[in-house]
Design a protein around this ligand. Structure first.
Ligand code: BES
Ligand code: MN
Ligand code: ZN
Length: 499
């Protein structure tokens, strides 16, 4: 894949022209094509459907611009930002395999509600999402693009003048998405809590964020019994990382608080998973996505205070590891009997939410976590489950999800569900004796930790819990190859920009 994608000035000379065209496009509607006659002939052919993902290449031998890549967008009245993302993704792969290093992309005359900034942004999304690949650990034997070409190349892209601002913003968000996906894909023998904390320190320095690490001994002082228990058997000690975006003039503003589950590997602990936890390196995705979102928010210089807190722990079996039947005390004084060491994410998040809401008095809280298999059963891999205490915040999050193409679906949370999590020998248990309402049990548990009043009643602090167990990784599709998606980075960044 390309080493980088950059916005080039309008004057830059492309080697290829990409036309993103809705069904029914007339030759007169296609500016920028270096071979208008060939294109007119193509558009007349009956099999030129211009359906989504339909593509053709026109070659222009001997001309300065070597080729025109036509990508269909389908019916213009059904066209959304997602159609554009997928078309741009399709184009990216073809440009890459043709080793094009400079292209212009034309999406014009789209009869839809999308403004120019959104069109530019969607094109940047599609190019960047498709461009991601994780090949750091391919040795010499299996590195297809490296054998074809020793040095990775860059792609310079010209878009329509009025779409350029949106395009450049899209690329800034994309850098955060790439960070999240790269960290998520990094294997658990490398990406342990210590590694992630070190990564955050460097990222903070490079992007102007403030970084504070609460290490295990500090966590002990703060009585973070959940974080410490889950990480007790890990290869490196657990920790909490706080990244702050403090734009000037907003020192007193109540921040948006983003919280992420960062279980760098989830074996299940003594409630061991049957397959040892295959794929559970992705159990850190909530945290990696918060880290990526903080990078994007800083790069975009968003004018609101945002604090990101990630809880990092490795859920392993060891002499020191926590047990079933242990009773833990969290930093807000709530106690919990461990009924299943595989319901560990909520124990890590409990301390993050309790500490974060106490220390930062946020205006709104959104947590991201690969929390339950139940949400995958309920909603699959395309839509994330959300539980909320605040309709206004939820409406904004839903709208942000629509805008960026990271959709969320609300599930219920009330006192009856909260009661399911109350235990006999402690305030709570981390897994109810029944499996019903499985994903909601996770949300109900977390609700005891959001704000000071939380243990006693449904929290009054505006809060949304986003369960990304299904959406955090994909089996591969038009937009993204198989692997981590960064689902939540674009959502959280859009929310921060629009809250
Ligand atoms: N990390 C898992 C949830 C998960 C499952 C993520 C599948 C991605 C794909 C979580 O820690 C877990 O193990 N949850 C249990 C909870 C149960 C033991 C109460 C689950 O969902 O089965
Ligand atoms: Mn688990
Ligand atoms: Zn887990």
């Amino acid at each position: 894949m390309y080493r980088s994608i950059k916005a080039a000035p309008a004057a830059a000379k492309p080697q290829a022209v990409v036309l993103l065209l809705p069904t029914g496009t007339k030759p007169a509607d296609t500016p920028g094509c270096p071979a208008p006659d060939a294109l007119a002939a193509l558009l007349k052919q009956p099999d030129t459907t211009l359906a989504p993902e339909w593509t053709r290449t026109l070659y222009h031998p001997g001309q300065r611009i070597g080729r025109t890549l036509v990508v269909g967008l389908g019916d213009s009245d059904k066209l959304t930002a997602d159609t554009l993302r997928k078309a741009a993704a399709k184009a990216l792969r073809q440009l890459h395999s043709a080793e094009i290093t400079a292209a212009s992309i034309h999406a014009v005359g789209l009869p839809i509600d999308l403004d120019d900034a959104s069109i530019g942004h969607a094109i940047a999304d599609g190019l960047s999402l498709a461009n991601f690949t994780f090949d750091t650990y391919h040795g010499k034997t299996k590195r297809p693009e490296k054998s074809k070409r020793e040095k990775p190349i860059d792609l310079k892209v010209v878009v329509e003048e009025h779409q350029r601002t949106g395009f450049k913003q899209g690329l800034k968000v994309a850098a955060g998405v790439t960070t999240a996906r790269t960290l998520a894909a990094t294997p658990p023998n490398v990406a342990n809590p210590k590694y992630i904390a070190g990564y955050c320190k460097k990222l903070a320095k490079d992007s102007g964020l403030k970084c504070t690490v609460i290490n295990a001994s500090k966590a002990k002082e703060l009585k973070m019994g959940g974080l410490l228990a889950v990480g007790a058997g890990g290869s490196t000690p657990p920790c909490m990382v706080i990244l702050e975006h403090n734009p000037s003039g907003k020192a007193k503003q109540k921040p948006l608080l983003l919280v992420g589950k960062g279980v760098t590997f989830d074996t299940g602990g003594y409630s061991l998973k049957g397959d040892g936890g295959k794929g559970m390196k992705y159990d850190k995705c909530g945290a990696m996505n918060v880290i990526g979102a903080m990078q994007a928010i800083a790069n975009l210089k968003i004018k609101r205070r945002v604090v990101g807190i990630v809880g990092l722990a490795e859920n392993m079996i060891d002499r020191e590891a926590y047990r079933v039947d242990d009773i833990l005390t969290f930093c807000n004084g709530v106690t919990c009997e461990v009924t299943n060491t595989d319901a560990e994410g909520r124990l890590v998040l409990a301390d993050c939410l309790a500490y974060g809401t106490k220390a930062y008095k946020p205006a709104a809280v959104v947590d991201f976590a690969t929390l339950t298999g139940g949400v995958v059963v309920a909603l699959g891999k395309r839509i994330a489950g959300v539980w909320s205490t605040d309709d206004e915040l939820l409406a904004k999050l839903k709208a942000a999800g629509e805008t960026v193409g990271e959709p969320v679906w609300e599930l219920p949370l009330d006192d009856e569900y909260r009661k399911m999590m109350q235990a006999k020998h402690a305030d709570l248990h981390n897994s109810a004796p029944v499996r019903e309402a499985h994903a909601t049990q996770g949300a109900a548990f977390l609700s005891y930790f959001v704000g000071n009043d939380a243990p006693k009643q449904v929290p009054t602090t505006p809060w949304v819990h986003v369960d990304i167990a299904g959406t955090s990784n994909t089996d591969g599709g038009t937009l993204m190859e198989k692997g981590p998606t960064g689902f939540g980075v674009r959502l959280a960044t859009e929310l921060a920009a629009t809250l």
